[in-house]
Design a protein around this ligand. Structure first.
Ligand code: NAD
Length: 364
């Protein structure tokens, strides 16, 4: 389809902001409206570099506000919604599931209702064809549940079996999106992606948590035995995958997006330790800029690793089989893990003001 006027929900969050940067650079003819409630995870500063772009408009608001969404569709003649907004942290879903039910399920429902009304119902009532439109829903591999070390990876045919309040709320939203297509003809696509990493990743998530704790010489918490396996994808490659689904994907379909890059959590933590240790050993400037990073300065970062009680219901392994997305859409991740990982660590070293402000003000 031809995207023209695009609503990006959750565009001030980690993946949403990276997607907005990517979209404006790759599709400079399109207009992007960002809608974000600026929860603890949302940060307007993530959009600073595009704040003056005349094709980007930021709207502070809640996806549960259906009237606001309807108004945005009319005002900006939106023909596409890319829906990132969510509560996204599994640990928070265990201690406080309410926000996950409200935003991830009711918020998605609110967006679907507004889209159906504006793109299908109102044109029909006026005797017209539905407007050309697309509702793209951004989801996760966690909806498929957990795998053993030898199970085959998740395909789009794998039955949903979510295990955490987070993944259950995402699964519910995926089902609502599917139902709006089958029942009402809303033109939807859904992508289910593995763990992202990259710039603007909130410092409660594994890689930025480990990096920022090293820089503050704090313990590096590892759940259980650390052998939980995740697939990791550079965030810009996720944005590219979503672009391909929007432009070439078939309506009503789900597409898996993954990096073919499985790592045990403990190995990711040890890799961050190793690379940070090397950086401090080869660049004396870092010790001056980060005097708190005593273990890194002493080249002994791994001593900070601390095993903690495992997360309740912790899924053992996620793995993505992206054959359908590769074959149908020609999707292949562009960034190698080595270069993506190096870029990410450098970004955190170069953007201390960004993460230190979040650490002091925003992590509740
Ligand atoms: P994030 O927590 O960094 O950002 C979420 C954004 O949504 C924030 O800017 C927040 O302010 C906004 N938001 C929350 N509630 C809102 C509401 N009610 N109305 C409007 N805005 C609201 O999350 P993320 O990691 O960027 O994830 C984005 C999406 O991608 C989520 O839907 C998530 O399920 C999905 N996803 C994430 C990953 C990952 O590795 N992070 C992997 C696969 C899928």
């Amino acid at each position: 389809m031809t995207v023209k006027n695009l609503l990006v929900t959750g565009g001030a969050g980690f993946i949403g902001a990276n997607f907005v940067h990517y979209w404006l650079a790759q599709n400079p003819q399109d207009k992007v409206i960002v809608l974000d409630a600026l929860t603890y995870a949302g940060n307007k500063a993530n959009l600073d570099s595009v704040a003056n772009n005349p094709n980007m408009t930021f709207v502070h608001g809640d996806i549960c506000d259906t009237a606001l969404i309807e108004n945005l569709i009319d005002t900006h003649q939106l023909n596409t919604i890319v829906h990132f907004a969510a509560e996204s942290h599994v640990d928070r879903s265990i201690t406080g599931p309410d926000a996950f039910i409200e935003t991830n399920i009711l918020g998605t429902y609110s967006l679907l209702k507004a889209a159906k009304k504006k793109w299908i119902d109102e044109p029909k009532a006026a005797g017209n064809e539905p407007l050309e439109h697309r509702f793209h829903h951004v989801s996760t591999d966690e909806v498929y549940g957990t795998l053993s070390a030898t199970d085959p990876a998740f395909t789009e045919e794998t039955a949903y079996a979510p295990n955490s309040p987070y993944s259950a709320s995402k699964a519910a939203s995926d089902h609502l999106v599917r139902a709006y297509h089958h029942t009402y003809g809303l033109e939807v696509t859904t992508s289910n992606c593995s763990n992202n990493y990259g710039p603007f990743h909130f410092p409660e998530k594994l890689i930025p948590l480990i990096v920022t704790n090293i820089l503050n010489d704090k313990p590096l918490p590892v759940y259980g035995d650390g052998q939980q396996i995740r697939d990791w994808l550079y965030v810009e490659d996720h944005a590219r995958g979503i672009e391909l689904v929007l432009k070439k994907g078939r309506i009503g379909e789900n597409y898996n997006i993954g990096g073919n890059n499985e790592w045990a959590n403990i190995d990711i933590v040890k890799l961050v330790c190793k690379v940070m240790g090397e950086k401090f050993a080869t660049n004396p400037e870092l010790a001056k800029r980060f005097p708190n990073a005593k273990s890194a300065i002493a080249n002994n970062v791994e001593q900070l690793i601390t095993y903690v009680t495992d997360r309740a219901g912790h899924d053992r392994r996620y793995a993505i089989d992206a054959t359908k997305t590769n074959n149908e859409l020609g999707y292949v991740p562009a960034e190698s893990f080595e270069t993506g990982f190096a870029k990410t660590l450098n970004w955190y070293l170069d953007n201390e003001a960004w993460w230190s402000e979040l650490l002091t003000k925003k992590i509740a």
